[in-house]
Design a protein. Sequence first.
Length: 150
Amino acid sequence: MRVFTLADYAVTPPDGKLYISGGGIDQMLVQRLPGPLGSLYLALRIRVPWHRTSEMLRLTVRVLDADRQPIGPDPIAVAEAEVGRAPGQRAGDELGFNAVIPLGGLRISKAGTVYFHVSIDEELLGTLPLRVGAMPRPAPALSDNPPADM
């Protein structure tokens, strides 16, 4: 089982829970392009099969454009985690871990869809798209005074 979502805010406190606020983002408007993304977090919940719980796992997140070319640093995040086995854990149980990757400030060069690729040990777990566009500029205010005749 894998759960990925883009959210306004996410955090994994020491209690092992995953707190998400404003999840399910699939599009974002930015002030101008090129420009940075606003507040955005990638929230992950990844289940690990029993036979891999004592292995060091390498989590990698890449951000790619529609042509699958990297946007910004590549990869954008790399972390290693070992889930481990707690005393009393039954053989065969899947265990999980949470991860949160802040994405705010990532510079986007043009409107379109960017793709967040999540991998464990170079095995792609999933891809999450985000449509990015420029915020429309406000229309110029119409004057209450008609132009003077010539």
